[in-house]
Design a protein around this ligand. Structure first.
Ligand SMILES: C[S@@+](CC[C@H](N)C(=O)[O-])C[C@H]1O[C@@H](n2cnc3c(N)ncnc32)[C@H](O)[C@@H]1O
Length: 267
């Protein structure tokens, strides 16, 4: 008899944060993505067209997590902070449609560039004098100007998805109008992948952590600096340090896939 596929809760139940286990999961989830007829074409498209960051392994993590969220909650409300060119929100929408899951996708992102200064002199001076600027450079926190909304729409169209179904909060996670618009919202899943400075990431964890319902999850990207393992990139030290606040906000780290750290909100 074939072994039934493992579920997200099988992985969290068996999880231990050791180098061997983290490396094994990274390889297993990567292979699972490339073997999956639904996930592989999506990730391949993202990589070929440079439409996103992160590891192929994350696609499998999202597939398992959305299925678990649907089992646990029925309707699933997901929010991504930091959309870039739409890899994750398109994947969620694609999984929802193809797996017949009731998933409501929200996105919080400027859909605009944050380019670093062109002038080498300005760059050199700011790098020397401005600690925040230095941190942004070190953490890759600049984005070229581009037609982000058109690119995201194009990605949705490519996979036959409707971007108009996404609840888009266009702006920054610190903007008062954005925060007011989300004041009464809660989510079952929040993916934090926006500002990569310590202060910015800490703000997002503290502000959006309480919006995760008990039993739901906050996934911190680029937050694996302290994780044992050698098979994967660990993310940014500043974001990883900021994520240390999560246990004090009522979260338990239940799984780590490469530098994506999955925290469950305790009841
Ligand atoms: C690393 S990229 C996100 C990558 C994307 N999650 C993916 O998997 O492909 C970071 C994104 O966050 C956006 N961003 C930066 N600061 C932000 C903030 N404070 N609030 C919302 N988005 C922010 C940037 O414009 C950029 O699109």
């Amino acid at each position: 008899m074939p072994t039934p596929p493992r579920t997200f809760s099988d992985y969290t139940r068996d999880y231990v944060c050791t180098a061997g286990h983290n490396d094994r999961l990274f390889h297993e989830f990567t292979a699972a993505t490339w073997a999956d007829p639904l996930l592989a074409p999506h990730r391949k498209h993202i990589e070929e067209h440079k439409l996103g960051f992160g590891d192929a392994a994350f696609h499998t993590m999202w597939k398992l997590l959305l299925a678990e969220a649907a089992r646990r909650f029925g309707t699933v409300r997901c929010l991504e902070i930091g959309v870039f060119k739409g890899q994750v929100i398109s994947l969620w929408s694609h999984l929802a449609r193809t797996q017949n899951l009731d998933v409501h996708v929200s996105a919080l992102s400027p859909l605009a560039g944050q380019p670093r200064p062109h002038s080498r002199l300005v760059h050199a001076l700011r790098y020397r004098l401005d600690r925040h600027y230095r941190e942004r450079i070190q953490n890759g926190d600049f984005y070229d100007n581009d037609e982000y909304e058109a690119i995201v729409r194009g990605l949705f169209t490519h996979f036959g998805l409707d971007f108009n179904r996404v609840a888009l909060h266009r702006g920054y996670s610190t903007a008062p109008d954005i925060l007011a618009g989300l004041a009464n919202e809660t989510f079952h899943i929040i993916y934090v992948d926006g500002d990569h400075t310590y202060d910015g990431a800490l703000h997002d964890f503290k502000t959006f952590g309480p919006k995760v319902v008990p039993g739901g999850w906050l996934i911190a990207d680029d937050a694996g600096a302290s994780l044992p393992g050698t098979a994967f990139w660990k993310g940014h030290e500043a974001v990883s340090r900021a994520a240390e606040v999560l246990p004090s906000l009522g979260f338990k780290n239940v799984l780590n896939i490469s530098h994506n750290r999955v925290f469950e909100r305790l009841a």
